[in-house]
Design a protein around this ligand. Structure first.
Ligand SMILES: *Cc1c(COP(=O)(O)O)cnc(C)c1O
Length: 447
């Protein structure tokens, strides 16, 4: 492209990005069918190309509005993502910079910065100086990579070449743990949770004894379950893992962000004993998709498990430097930790503490509102920013209709969840732009 063309297209793209980031509030938008989209744009891949103006137009007018704005303040389904402006803007820079962030040789500057962001997280967790890791696409790959490293160590240290194949976790663990077990051909062993929904030391120990502790690869504790925000008894679980020499993995994909919030930090006691830990900055740490921080207490174990060996990679794998790609499943990687790094460097860590605390404040407001309204009832005692509650007298169909209507009106996106066969309403509050008024507005629609 000529300089003039780059300038013209650059203006289109950057103006669009700037406008999108300035929208307040962003539109919630909607979902279309494939037929509806085809009717509106036809076939966009042509021999001669549409040109940047037309392609950008199609995106702005048709495609983008057919994507829900995950950062809408009343998007409270699943776990939303509300990137800081600095993080979102820096994603453009990462895309423009052609950085290969798999190896130190090729991406030293980016890897250095990513490692400082990882260190900030490792300090929140309380991991030792030698801890380290890598930013991977999401919690699913983070959990899988950690468990593959755990398996490598378990099989290396097992007596007479035994091959440990079990992984223990509560049934409240995220679906990605079972998925990792499937990928690894490992057996998921569900441990019964206590009355507060937590994995505890005694229940874990009973299950380990029943199956034989030597048959286990690892134990997974969740620090903030997806459905309820429950934090397992990390100290109790850590003690049992130490007693039996088992790898202790902590899945903080959603909840780990709350380590930055002094008001709830005590709930995570014991997390500092983890052998591996994940948190998704694309959930509650204001980074754009896709970004999961994966950390190891002793990275050498992970390196031994994950380094790909091939003659064409020798120049990288034989080097002593930190190659991020050696710590997870996957080889080629973009510098996906840089948007988080830029935002942290720009705003400072205190802004992160304040933003997480703000979401917790709004969650506490939601809890009080639910308690004060006679037609609503909390389904659990929320610890973090996930609030699950019931509308007395509603059937599953009532919840579904209410939720569909909210989206149709572009008022809010709040899908129901279920627990023990009961349909329930659920808020996941991770967006500092979500206000008390937003909560009140949604709860009013349930009266
Ligand atoms: C979201 C989540 C995951 C999976 O993370 P992805 O980034 O969606 O792959 C894993 N564990 C927990 C607890 C989660 O909330």
């Amino acid at each position: 492209m000529s300089d003039a063309s780059i300038e013209a297209l650059g203006k289109l793209v950057l103006d669009y990005a700037e406008e999108r980031l300035k929208l307040d509030p962003v539109p919630l938008d909607y979902t279309l069918t494939s037929d509806q989209l085809f009717d509106r744009v036809g076939n966009t891949i042509t021999e001669d190309g549409l040109g940047g103006d037309r392609a950008m137009d199609i995106f702005a007018e048709v495609l983008a509005p057919a994507c829900l704005s995950i950062d809408h303040p009343r998007y409270l389904s699943f776990v939303p993502c509300a990137p800081s402006e600095a993080a979102a803007m820096f994603d453009l820079v990462v895309g423009a910079s052609s950085i290969y962030a798999g190896s130190w040789l090729e991406g030293s500057g980016a890897v250095f910065a990513e490692n400082q962001a990882l260190r900030w997280i490792a300090d929140l967790v309380g991991l030792p100086r030698e801890a380290g890791g890598v930013f991977v696409p999401g919690g699913t790959i983070g959990n899988l990579s950690a468990l593959v490293a755990a398996r490598h160590r378990a099989r290396r240290t097992a007596a007479d070449g035994a091959r440990p194949f079990r992984i223990a976790a509560t049934t409240g663990a995220h679906s990605s743990i079972k998925s990792a077990c499937d990928v690894m051909d490992a057996e998921f062993v569900g441990v019964e949770a206590d009355e507060r929904g937590r994995l505890t030391g005694p229940a874990l120990e009973a299950v380990l004894r029943e199956h034989g502790p030597e048959s286990f690869i690892a134990v997974v504790a969740t620090a903030g379950t997806t459905n309820f925000g429950i934090i397992d008894d990390l100290t109790g679980v850590a003690e049992v893992c130490e007693r039996y020499g088992l790898w202790f993995h902590v899945d903080g994909a959603y909840g780990g962000a709350a380590l930055a919030a002094p008001s709830v930090r005590h709930l995570f006691a014991g997390v500092e004993r983890a052998d591996s830990f994940i948190v998704d900055p694309h959930k509650w740490l204001f980074a754009p998709f896709d970004c999961c921080a994966l950390l190891y207490r002793s990275p050498a174990d992970a390196r031994a498990a994950h380094t790909q060996k091939a003659s064409y990679l020798d120049v990288l794998t034989e080097a002593p430097e930190w190659n991020p790609t050696d710590y997870s499943v996957g080889l080629t990687r973009r510098a996906r930790g840089l948007p988080l790094w830029f935002s942290l460097a720009t705003n400072g860590s205190k802004a992160y503490t304040a933003a997480v605390e703000r979401t917790l404040e709004v969650a506490r407001f939601a809890i009080e509102e639910i308690r004060s309204r006679p037609y609503l009832e909390l389904a659990h005692d929320p610890q973090l920013s996930v609030v699950v509650f019931r509308r007395l007298g509603w059937s599953a169909e009532d919840y579904r209709r209410w939720s569909d209507h909210l989206l149709e009106m572009e008022t809010a996106f709040v899908v129901p969840t279920s627990h023990d066969g009961e349909t329930l309403a659920r808020f996941a509050i991770v967006n500092p732009q979500t206000t008390e008024d937003d909560i009140r507005t949604i709860l009013d629609t349930m009266a």
